[in-house]
Design a protein around this ligand. Structure first.
Ligand code: ATP
Ligand code: MG
Length: 238
């Protein structure tokens, strides 16, 4: 399946104001695309539009060539798009295992869900090891890993990650980036929003720079990393 995303002319915001002002973005199938941009430029808003949490006022979202604009979060999840939000999203008073099971809450077949969770636990040893612990007792990096494990429960071809490495120390960050690379090796499509633009672009195939609600620049990630202008304007001093 060509699980690519295409956004065209997206206008979206909260209340009266527009945050995205005619945004175009391509997220090619089977690759990692990294979206960078300053705080408040609308990166999380782009992910909310894709996952159906925020309906755009204008423009189109296309998934695998199909117009999915305005679909509900449930329909997008069912259609194969997972979203790991920026803020912590585990239920802290529930066990790690129950949190992972929640990733498949739209699937009523409990046996199939339990089997899938067992597969996931093989891939994420942390989930197996800490399955009985309360999610709230895990470190920030461990919680993020469990969130990613949970997002895999429906075997989504497309995953959107909102600053998965924020606040993590280098080793935990490397673990998260390693997981992203593995998802790409599976052939999945990944849209990554990353505050640390250099690390994000380093793991990505494509890069896009969001500025004031539009994509100003889209190019192969290596090209953005090598461009002195992009470095000066968007990546900070190296
Ligand atoms: N629920 C909301 N209600 C009203 N305004 C919001 C809401 N969420 C975000 N905004 C505003 O929309 C703008 C873009 O926010 P968004 O979270 O998409 O930015 P961002 O690029 O993800 O920033 P950051 O790098 O800080 O995560 C900001 O000015 C923010 O204040
Ligand atoms: Mg954000």
């Amino acid at each position: 399946m060509d699980a690519g995303l295409k956004l065209r002319g997206i206008v979206a915001g909260y209340g009266q104001g527009d945050i995205l002002r005619g945004l175009d973005l391509d997220v090619p199938a089977g690759q990692i695309t990294c979206l960078i941009g300053p705080n408040g430029s609308g990166k999380s808003t782009v992910l909310r539009v894709i996952s159906g949490l925020l309906a755009p006022r204008a423009g189109q979202v296309r998934l695998a060539g199909r117009n999915v604009t305005g679909w509900s979060p449930w329909a997008m999840l069912d259609g194969g798009v997972a979203h790991v939000p920026q803020e912590r999203s585990l239920f802290p008073a529930m066990s790690v295992w129950d949190n992972v099971l929640m990733g498949a809450y739209i699937n009523a077949d409990r046996d199939a869900v339990a089997r899938r969770a067992t597969d996931i636990a093989q891939r994420f040893p942390l989930v197996a090891r800490r399955r009985r612990d309360l999610a709230g007792s895990l470190s920030g990096g461990e919680q993020k890993t469990v969130e990613i494990a949970r997002s895999m429960m429906l075997d989504p071809p497309v995953l959107c990650f909102d600053e998965p490495s924020i606040g993590l120390e280098p080793r935990a960050r490397r673990t998260i980036f390693g997981i992203l690379a593995e998802l790409r090796r599976d052939g999945r499509t990944v849209l990554l929003v990353e505050q640390n633009a250099r690390s994000g672009l380093a793991v990505a195939d494509n890069g896009a720079v969001l500025d004031a609600g539009i994509v100003r620049l889209a190019a192969p990630a290596s090209q953005l990393l090598d461009s002195p202008d992009v470095g000066r304007l968007y990546l900070g001093a190296s």
